[in-house]
Design a protein around this ligand. Structure first.
Ligand SMILES: Cc1ncc(COP(=O)(O)O)c(C=O)c1O
Length: 397
């Protein structure tokens, strides 16, 4: 099977970068030592992990001891939330409640974790968002109660690209913490933001931060959790002493090396922000002008959206039908989150923003990346126009 002619689903995953693969290869073959072994190839593997950790720490502006490698961003989100709850439970007095605040538009890795914790008696508040997909700071402040222990809010949304006011939230939590008996910890899922926005944990004033390698041109199956020193996390996987005793299991050395190299390369991508924004703006303008019954979902101003994710609804046409038709033309796009695109339920993100069920079902996510060109965008628009017209004729709408 050939690769798609045009890949416009970089928010689902990114292709592995050639230089990243080169750096990983020795650890898949000759340098196969277990990093816990004290002989040469073991030490080499351990040093390779140290180097990757140092890259991650530089990127996050934190200490190396605050970087935990995991098996995915989903695991990092779970470790941040469940691990904190587990850690806090050790110090709570009997009957003392734990309260988490999150949003209605989080990735399932956060939402399902919170729903699971609710079954265990943890109180969770799901903040609403406006029609632009952004939370209101006053809503957040109003929901903070003496029992609040954790605020978990995604940096940028994977379906609509909305960027939340993380710095302002960090400041607000810091201010509230000054007069609070026990601290509120602040976790952000920075998976989609990492390619484009600063992830410096001091600037953002966050305590926990999640990253995924495969969204930044690294390998699948590797995540990072940043956890500020003295955050009372308990491990979810116990066994060996790896990852500061917070994630047992022999390390995925090649994957971690790939993560380190991918993080290092993110810097070069940041210089591309303007050119990707230009392509996105052309795409949005062309679609809205040339495709009748099209609507842009998500933030309208550049300031609070990622440069690479756009989401449209096309009146009267099912998103799945568009995805399958475009696939026939060698174009890969998506209806929303890759994890839910098999499900027939409409996107929880679009519903939270106030879209009707039919509007949410008629949605399409297009996400640009490092390799996207103007030619690809022009070709995509041409094919999209024909596809929508054809599908509307078939359905008689
Ligand atoms: C915002 C966000 N968080 C978490 C994840 C899960 O990442 P992973 O595939 O590494 O578990 C994704 C992947 O789509 C995502 O977009």
């Amino acid at each position: 099977m050939k690769n798609p002619k045009i890949y416009l689903d970089y928010a689902a995953t990114t292709p592995l970068d050639g230089d990243v693969l080169k750096k990983m290869m020795p650890y898949l073959k000759d340098k196969y030592g277990n990093p816990s072994s004290i002989y040469k190839i073991g030490r080499e593997a351990s040093e390779a992990i140290d180097n990757a950790r140092s890259e991650a720490a530089k990127f996050l502006g934190c200490k190396e001891t605050e970087v935990i490698f995991t098996g995915s961003a989903s695991e990092s989100d779970n470790l941040a939330i469940r691990g904190l709850v587990k850690g806090l439970q050790k110090t709570k007095r009997t009957g003392e409640k734990i309260h988490i605040i999150t949003t209605q538009i989080e990735h399932k890795a956060v939402l399902e974790t919170c729903k699971d914790l609710e079954k265990e008696g943890i109180k969770v508040t799901y903040l609403p968002v406006g029609s632009d997909g952004i939370i209101n700071l006053d809503d957040l402040e109003a929901e903070i109660i003496p029992e609040t222990d954790l605020v978990s809010i995604m940096y940028a949304n994977n379906e609509i690209g909305a960027v939340q006011p993380i710095k302002e939230i960090g400041k607000l939590i810091k201010k509230i913490n000054k007069n609070k008996e026990h601290q509120i910890y602040f976790h952000i899922d920075a998976v989609q933001a990492a390619n484009w926005l600063s992830c410096n944990v001091e600037e953002l004033e966050v305590d926990l931060l999640t990253l995924s390698a495969h969204k930044i041109y690294g390998p699948k199956g590797v995540g990072v959790l940043y956890a500020r020193e003295n955050t009372p996390l308990s491990p979810l996987i116990v066994g060996g002493d790896q990852e500061w005793k917070l994630r047992a299991g022999t390390e995925n050395v090649a994957g971690i090396v790939g993560m380190g190299e991918a993080i290092k390369q993110v810097k070069s991508q940041k210089s591309k922000v303007k050119s990707i924004e230009k392509l996105r703006d052309k795409l949005v303008a062309d679609v809205l002008i040339r495709v009748e019954g099209s609507k842009l979902n998500g933030p309208k101003d550049s300031e609070n959206k990622l440069p690479n994710i756009v989401n449209f609804s096309f009146k009267g046409v099912e998103g799945e039908a568009i995805v399958l038709s475009l696939d026939q033309e060698g174009i890969a796009v998506s209806t929303g989150s890759a994890c839910t695109s098999q499900a027939l339920t409409p996107s929880h993100v679009l519903i939270a923003m106030g879209l009707s069920d039919p509007e949410a079902h008629a949605s399409l996510r297009i996400s640009l990346g490092r390799h996207t060109t103007l030619q690809e965008i022009n070709y995509f628009i041409k094919i999209l126009i024909g596809t929508i017209e054809r599908l509307r004729k078939i359905s008689g709408r």
